[in-house]
Design a protein around this ligand. Structure first.
Ligand code: ASP
Ligand code: MG
Length: 404
């Protein structure tokens, strides 16, 4: 018996005709080989948002177990609907909820983590069914309450089930053809990436790309499970998310992304003495504000420093107020929301020189000023003026040879 785990996202199951389309994909697999299939599903697109909205009319705190019970119903509905349609097609199928397997999680409601998944359940069920349609995104805690894994968490359900069944891969069907070198809405000639590493995907995710739930990638990386991201509307091969060792051709730059989720804060005329940065960032940590990029400059006489850093845009006002009312001495504080972060990502950067220089040169030629820079082993990010975003991305895309 060969088992496959395939996951369908919300847009792939958005309505009956789309479910019929994925039913044909499933049917083909059952017919052509003697496969048994675990289908992991999301809620129909938009449903989870509506459930969140309904809950938030009553309460804003999501640390209530009832929040998870409400949110998990989206997948209960879609899994049963899919199974019904499969059965109508004479495909022997049943729906399965997290607690029935069980997928055991901790009790961190709304962002629970999986402890274990009982694989015998699947083996037993496969003696009666060819297709098991599992509601993604949900589990059950040791105190028998329903939990959810955090928004977008059904990818994580799929990878965790593949791991529990001892599989080496898992397919994720979505509404895009795969992962692209850049956002095709911004860069017209963005191309689909055939192979991308776990690390690169994680960098993309931390920069706001929502193709895969980051925890699903972490899990796949830990257990060496290949993730095949592909479209449920087109037959093309999508993008394979793999280990770095398996990526033969390591492009210097694999992809370029941008994010408008940050705001910049500059403090000028801070006394240049030990402990001042610790004090400033201590204040921000205390109010739970995450700092991303940082740059510090010292005046010529060495007495004063200016500090520029970015924070999530929604935390900017709070951060500024908190710093103004603190004991920290500075001459002025300035906040700017009209900025954007552009990042280039690629594992090949580790072994190539001149990557950063090419980025800076390309931006300079377009007269784009770089305000802050930050780097990791496989990423370089720069902060620029928001109106220059499109020019920056398209020219970098061209400079690194990523176009079709
Ligand atoms: N339905 C959940 C959400 O919208 C989980 C998922 O789709 O992955 O976040
Ligand atoms: Mg998703």
């Amino acid at each position: 018996m060969s088992i496959q785990v395939i996951k369908f996202g919300g847009t792939s199951v958005a309505n009956i005709s789309r479910i019929k389309n994925i039913a044909s994909i499933i049917e083909e697999r059952i017919k052509s080989k003697k496969n048994k299939i675990v289908v992991v599903v999301s809620a129909m697109s938009g449903v989870t948002n509506k459930l969140v909205e309904a809950y938030k009319k009553i309460k804003t705190d999501t640390l209530d177990p009832e929040y998870d019970v409400i949110l998990s119903t989206g997948e209960q509905y879609s899994s049963a609907l899919i199974s019904t349609i499969l059965n109508e097609k004479r495909i022997n199928s049943r729906s399965i909820l997290g607690w029935q397997i069980p997928i055991v999680t901790d009790s961190n409601y709304s962002k629970a983590r999986i402890f274990k998944i009982c694989q015998n359940f699947f083996r037993d069920q496969f003696s009666n069914y060819d297709v098991l349609v599992v509601a993604g995104f949900q589990g059950v805690s040791n105190d028998h309450r329903i939990t959810t894994l955090g928004r977008g968490g059904s990818d994580t359900s799929a990878v965790a089930i593949a791991y529990a069944l001892g599989l080496k891969s898992c397919e994720i069907f979505t509404d895009v053809e795969g992962i692209f070198t850049s956002d095709p809405r911004i860069v017209k000639d963005a191309t689909k990436i055939d192979f991308i590493t776990y690390e690169e995907i994680l960098e993309l995710a931390s920069l706001g790309s929502k193709v895969l739930h980051p925890r699903s990638v972490e899990l796949a990386m830990k257990y060496g499970i290949k993730i095949h991201v592909r479209s449920s509307f087109k037959k093309n091969i999508g993008t394979m998310v793999i280990k770095e060792e398996n990526k033969i051709e390591k492009e210097v730059v694999t992809g370029i992304t941008s994010s408008e989720n940050d705001a910049k804060i500059t403090l000028k005329g801070i006394p240049d003495k030990p402990g001042i940065a610790a004090e400033i960032f201590g204040i921000l940590a205390r109010i739970n504000v995450n700092v991303d990029m940082i740059v510090q400059n010292i005046t010529d006489d060495g007495k004063f420093a200016s500090l520029t850093f970015t924070v999530p845009i929604e935390d900017q006002a709070n951060a500024v107020n908190e710093l103004k009312s603190s004991d920290i001495k500075f001459k002025n504080i300035h906040a700017d929301k009209s900025i954007c972060k552009i990042s280039i990502i690629g594992v090949g950067m580790k072994s190539n020189v001149g990557v950063a220089q090419k980025m800076f040169e390309t931006l300079a030629k377009k007269n784009i000023n770089i305000q802050v820079i930050s780097t990791s082993e496989i990423k370089i990010s720069v902060l620029i003026d928001l109106p220059k975003k499109k020019t920056a991305i398209t020219s970098l895309h061209k400079a690194y040879g990523l176009k079709k």
